[in-house]
Design a protein around this ligand. Structure first.
Ligand SMILES: [Zn+2]
Length: 312
C-alpha cells in the first residue's frame, strides 16, 4: 500500500500524520507552532516533526514527505510568511537528514487540491478556509489558479471598509480584520485574536471564533454585532469575487466553518442581497472539514513519489 508523511503548518498548530493514496489519514498528531519564539524556532520545530514522521516504523517508512506552509511558497523555498517572519527558507532546512523526496507547497492551495481530489469539487469554485486568517484557493475551469506571482486568492485582504480596521498585512479595512477567527476575536475582546499577518494560518483553528459564537448564542450584544459585521464583510467580498469570476460554488472550510448554518445561513442571505441581476453561487461547508489541510499536504507528498500516479 504505502503512505506519505504529511505536515500542515498553521499559525497556531502543526498537524501531521500519514496519508495513503486515497486520502486516508493515519497516526494523526498535532503540535503547537512556536510562532512567538521567532522564525528559526518554527523552522526547527517543523524540521523535528518531519524527521519524526520520516523515521521507519515497524520496518515501513513513508515514500515521501509533503509539507504545506502559509505565505508565498515555491517548490524549493518558503519565500515569505508575514505570520512567521521567515524569508527564503530552503526546503532542505525543513528536512535535514531526511532521505525520501520532500515536497513543499502552499497550505491553502494544497488544501484546495484536496478539495478537488477528494471533496465535492467543481470546475469553478472558490475554496475559502476561514481560520485564524482567511485565504482562498481559486479554481478556474477545474484548475487551481496561482496568479502571476503566486499571490492569487488573497481574499482575506480584499478591502471591505475604506480606512477601516488595521490588518496585520499593513492595509486597512481588510476582510480578515472583520471576518477571520482572529479578527472577530480581537473585535470582541476574546483571547485568540492574534495578528495574522498576510497569511495567518487560514487553514488553522478558529482563532477564538468558537468563543465569539458562544457569546452570540448567549445573546451578548457586542458579539452579535461583531458576528453580523463579519457576515456582511464576507458577503461584500464574495459579491465582488462572484461578479469577477462567476463561481458555481463557494466552499467554506477552516475552523470557523464549524459554526455551520449559524454562519452559512446569514451569509447566503447577505450575498444574495448584494447581487441584483444574477443568482448567487452556492455557499456550502467543505465536506472534508479540518482534514483538507493535511490531505492536501499528503497530495504534495504523493506528487513526488517515484512511479506514483500524478496529482489528481
Ligand atoms: Zn489585510
Amino acid at each position: 500500500m504505502g503512505y506519505v508523511a504529511a505536515i500542515d503548518v498553521g499559525g497556531t498548530t502543526m498537524k501531521g500524520g500519514f496519508v495513503t493514496r486515497d486520502g486516508t489519514i493515519h497516526a494523526f498528531e498535532r503540535r503547537p507552532t512556536p510562532r512567538a519564539e521567532g522564525p528559526a524556532r518554527v523552522v526547527a520545530a517543523v524540521s523535528a516533526f518531519v524527521a519524526d514522521l520520516a523515521r521507519p516504523r515497524d520496518g515501513e517508512r513513508p515514500l515521501a514527505v509533503g509539507l504545506a506552509v502559509p505565505g508565498l511558497v515555491t517548490p524549493t523555498h518558503a519565500v515569505f510568511s508575514a505570520a512567521f517572519g521567515w524569508r527564503d527558507v530552503p526546503v532542505s532546512a525543513f528536512a535535514a537528514g531526511v532521505d525520501v523526496p520532500v515536497a513543499l507547497g502552499h497550505d491553502v492551495r494544497s488544501a484546495g487540491e484536496a478539495e478537488l481530489a477528494y471533496g465535492e469539487g467543481g470546475r469553478d469554485v472558490l475554496y475559502l478556509p476561514i481560520g485564524t486568517g482567511i485565504a482562498g484557493a481559486v479554481v478556474l475551469s477545474g484548475e487551481l489558479y496561482g496568479g502571476a506571482g503566486g499571490w492569487a486568492g488573497q481574499i482575506g485582504h480584499i478591502p471591505v471598509r475604506p480606512g477601516g480596521a488595521a490588518c496585520g498585512c499593513g492595509q486597512r479595512g481588510c476582510l480578515a480584520a472583520y471576518a477571520s477567527g482572529g479578527g472577530m476575536a480581537a473585535r470582541c475582546g476574546v483571547d485568540g485574536g492574534m495578528d495574522g499577518g498576510v497569511d495567518g494560518g487560514a487553514g488553522g483553528g478558529a482563532g477564538g471564533a468558537e468563543e465569539v459564537l458562544r457569546r452570540v448564542l448567549d445573546g451578548d450584544a457586542r458579539a452579535g454585532r461583531v458576528w453580523g459585521e463579519a457576515v456582511e464583510a464576507l458577503a461584500l467580498a464574495l459579491a465582488t469575487y462572484t461578479l469577477v469570476l462567476d463561481p458555481a460554488a463557494v466552499v467554506i472550510g477552516g475552523g470557523v466553518s464549524q459554526a455551520g448554518e449559524h454562519l452559512l445561513g446569514p451569509l447566503r442571505e447577505a450575498l444574495a442581497g448584494r447581487l441584483a441581476f444574477r443568482r448567487a453561487p452556492q455557499v456550502r461547508a467543505s465536506s472534508l472539514g479540518a482534514r483538507a489541510g493535511l490531505m492536501g499536504a499528503g497530495l504534495l507528498g504523493w506528487g513526488v513519489v517515484p512511479g506514483a500516479p500524478g496529482r489528481r
